[in-house]
Design a protein around this ligand. Structure first.
Ligand SMILES: [Zn+2]
Length: 524
């Protein structure tokens, strides 16, 4: 198989996280999902750019810093580095860690604003509205609940009247509706595309994009009015272009800025920021004359026994503590397997331990250990060569070669948990094959040595497939298994090796413990 020298680009982003809180389970899930999709694209042979970072302006930052007796700069530096180190501890392979307080970001945002102002997309006007400080935006009349509170923050509106600058978001409404009507896969899962289209049935208001400095100075100054700073969402969303080197202004005229990645840009978000990403952001792109991103992937919330996690309920799961205690593979496996992407899911210790033990320790962990130990013992660390395969052997090998495509079909529809389910079923199928053929009995009979070789080789071909397709899911165990099989460990384009099979010239190495059995943690 020749190596793909013209690998296709693929860009993945998480939201840049707001630094008024430390990394929590929701942040970890979205970033792990990004790393999972990156690794999936890598084994397919793509060139990937994975972007995350921190969103560091706005009123909530100033409030939080004041409460802690810090300057906003001190606070954002501290919390931003906590996010950076969290992703390192979770072994996530980030390409760009973007901060909205970095100097090139200021310049880019100002250039973009000037471009919109020059073409007449920004105007100055008096505005009165109901503002939610938690959301950092004006919410329309229909966006408050029956008690008149913000449904996300349970707080009453702050009535605000002030002259501000507005972006003509409403003028892009028709174009936006057309975009979502003709791009059926622009937002996944599809119920969120429907939600956006039904929201767009009401007239779309223009977007207030400024804050007077009399009220807030912690932001990016408007290039055309030094008495105002830029609204934090307007500044933050532009990070996605900043990450590929956009300098603001005329997009088409800018050359070497990795725009090939932009054509394949995928934004991962949580459902609470759907409106800013599905409405504000594409209209901003239309104003800037930049093509709309390829796809929004919208995830649900993590709950605990049906309740939102909160400090006051004492049911918060700390992603760093869990992965330090159990290892990153178990943690990411559980999150990816448990949530039906787009819906809410529960994190409970009982479910975590049960899944890890039944699906990993008793699944691939146990299978790999049985097959590799028998091979080592009977074939002196060599990969046994099969002299003849019977129909059952051949059926197993071809089922395993079909596994990546079967999983990919689900992954393309955002049904990650089902694709992972196919992986577990394949491991179980291989387990049944071993139980049917009883290689430990064959090993006692010297006349059955050829049959033993065929059975173990067939099972090892299956392990080889598992070692590759499990890389996005449980990367540490995947690499250990590839090493135990004596295989190269080359990741980019590794799926090609599913077809070529094991390199039988290599020798086996020590049998690793891939997934130790877990016990319920002491919750204190
Ligand atoms: Zn709110």
């Amino acid at each position: 198989m020749t190596k793909n020298t013209n690998a296709s680009p693929y860009m993945l982003t998480t939201p840049i996280y707001y630094v008024n809180a430390k990394p929590h389970l929701g942040h970890a899930y979205t970033t792990i999902m990004g790393d999972f999709l990156k690794k999936l694209a890598l084994i397919e042979g793509k060139r990937v750019l994975f972007v995350t970072g921190t969103d560091e302006h706005g009123e909530k930052i100033v409030q939080k810093a004041t409460a802690e007796g810090k300057t906003p700069k001190e606070l954002v530096d501290e919390v931003s580095s906590e996010f950076r180190s969290a992703w390192e501890k979770l072994a996530l392979d980030v390409d760009v860690f973007y901060r909205t307080t970095q100097p090139d970001h200021y310049k880019m945002v100002q250039n973009a604003l000037q471009f919109l102002k020059d073409k007449g997309d920004i105007y100055f006007a008096e505005y009165e509205g109901k503002y939610c400080v938690g959301c950092e935006r004006f919410r329309t009349d229909s966006e408050w609940n029956e008690e008149g509170l913000c449904p996300d923050h349970q707080t009453p509106p702050d009535l605000r009247k002030e002259p501000n600058y507005f972006f003509k978001m409403g003028s892009y409404q028709k174009e936006l509706i057309k975009h979502y009507e003709s791009n059926l896969e622009a937002i996944e899962p599809s119920q969120y595309r429907q939600e956006v289209l039904s929201f767009l049935k009401q007239p779309l208001e223009d977007l207030n994009i400024s804050r007077p400095k009399t009220r807030l100075t912690w932001g990016i100054e408007l290039p055309f009015d030094k008495d105002y700073v830029t609204y934090v969402w307007f500044d933050a969303l532009l990070n996605y272009l900043g990450a590929i080197g956009y300098e603001g202004g005329d997009f088409a005229a800018q050359r070497e800025f990795k725009n090939e990645f932009w054509a394949e840009s995928h934004h991962l978000i949580g459902k609470d920021i759907l409106k800013t990403h599905a409405i504000y952001w594409p209209t901003m792109l239309m104003g800037l004359e930049v093509p709309v991103f390829k796809k929004l992937h919208v995830g649900g919330f993590w709950m605990n026994k049906g309740l939102k996690m909160s400090k006051s309920l004492g049911n918060v799961v700390d992603p760093i503590k869990v992965s330090e205690h159990f290892g990153v593979d178990f943690f990411r496996y559980f999150l990816l397997r448990e949530m039906s992407f787009g819906s809410d899911a529960n994190f409970t210790w009982e479910a975590f331990i049960a899944r890890c033990n039944s699906e990993l320790a008793n699944g691939l962990g146990n299978l790999a250990s049985r097959v590799l130990k028998l091979s080592q013992k009977n074939f002196e660390m060599k990969i046994p060569s099969a002299s003849g395969l019977n129909d059952q052997d051949k059926a197993l090998v071809s089922a395993m070669k079909a596994l990546p495509a079967k999983m990919a079909q689900e992954f393309e529809q955002c049904r990650y948990h089902i694709g992972i389910g196919h992986f577990n079923e394949a491991v179980a199928e291989c387990d049944r094959y071993i139980n049917d053929n009883k290689p430990w009995v064959l090993a006692k009979d010297p006349e059955q040595k050829d049959r033993l070789a065929s059975v173990l080789r067939t099972a090892m071909e299956a392990l080889h497939v598992f070692s590759i397709v499990s890389y996005p899911l449980t990367p540490e165990a995947s690499l250990k298994l590839q090493e135990a099989l004596g295989q190269s460990g080359e990741i980019v384009g590794a799926l090609f090796r599913v077809d070529t099979g094991l390199d039988a010239t290599r020798s086996l190495t020590e049998v690793p413990q891939l997934f130790p059995r877990l016990e319920l943690p002491d919750l204190e």
